[in-house]
Design a protein around this ligand. Sequence first.
Ligand code: 13P
Ligand code: SF4
Length: 303
Amino acid sequence: MNLIDEIEKLKKEKRAVILAHNYQRAEVQDIADYVGDSIELSRKAMLEQDAEIIVFAAVDFMAESAAVLNPEKKVLLPSLGARCPMAQMLTVDEIKRLKVHYPDAPVVLYVNTLASSKAYCDICCTSANAVEVVNSLDADTIIFGPDRNLSEYVAEQTGKTLIPIPEWGFCPTHLLFQPEDVTVLKQKYPDAVVMVHPECSKEMRQTADFIGSTSKMCRYARETPAKTIIVGTEEGLLHRLQKENPEKQFTIAYSDAVCPNMKLLTLDRVYASLKEEKHVVKIPEQIAIKARGALERMFQVKS
Ligand code: 13P
Ligand code: SF4
């Protein structure tokens, strides 16, 4: 039996589902039951009533959110090394330190944070709903972290004052995109439209016809009449974009924009994870209760 058949067999035997982020390797996306962005995966994890095991083909903070929202299920992260560096950039001490300076400012945290940090925020957001979450708050000054670019983008869109926490948080993969690469591609494809993730720099965002989360980019790609689309996000998304829009041409703005953490999840590791039921994501109950509250408040915001 080949590896894909083995995975399918184990999935049935163990009542498991595989949820994969849009940045996963093509072969991992193809065996997943569902492929989506960070908010869609969290929602999907909650809807999988019959599943006993959720294999989360993504990075640590996404699997943690699934574990926090589904305490009765076994959530597996196939590679312990799949840790998002941005999520490691914000510590609980940093949040407490800034709260002393801005005691009345609510704390909004991007889901790209560890559960321990989420437990200290008022509400979470993703790049798909950050503007709506910030607009839903009855405050003009808001502590926001850890992505500095997303915080700048949300401040531009809402007109509110966002205090970045930490001051310098970033995604190493999205920082690789540079506007000069878009200029060169636009010369080659003058009719192309450009879509970028809000984790990109302001200069890069200024080149864009559309700015949004990975799922919003998928929707934009479907709906735009343009036939050629320049993409400013991790290269894994191009597999889904091309699959969903075979008649369109997608070109990445910088071909080495790879998230090495996402790519740690190979088919072999997904198989081993299912077979040996490793690595179980466990969040201490006191942290999970608070982090769950922050995620649930996010789900209540209409976006
Ligand atoms: P999305 O929520 O847009 O999928 O983004 C998650 C992420 O990690 C972006 O780098
Ligand atoms: Fe983290 Fe960036 Fe990878 Fe997204 S692309 S998981 S923010 S390192």
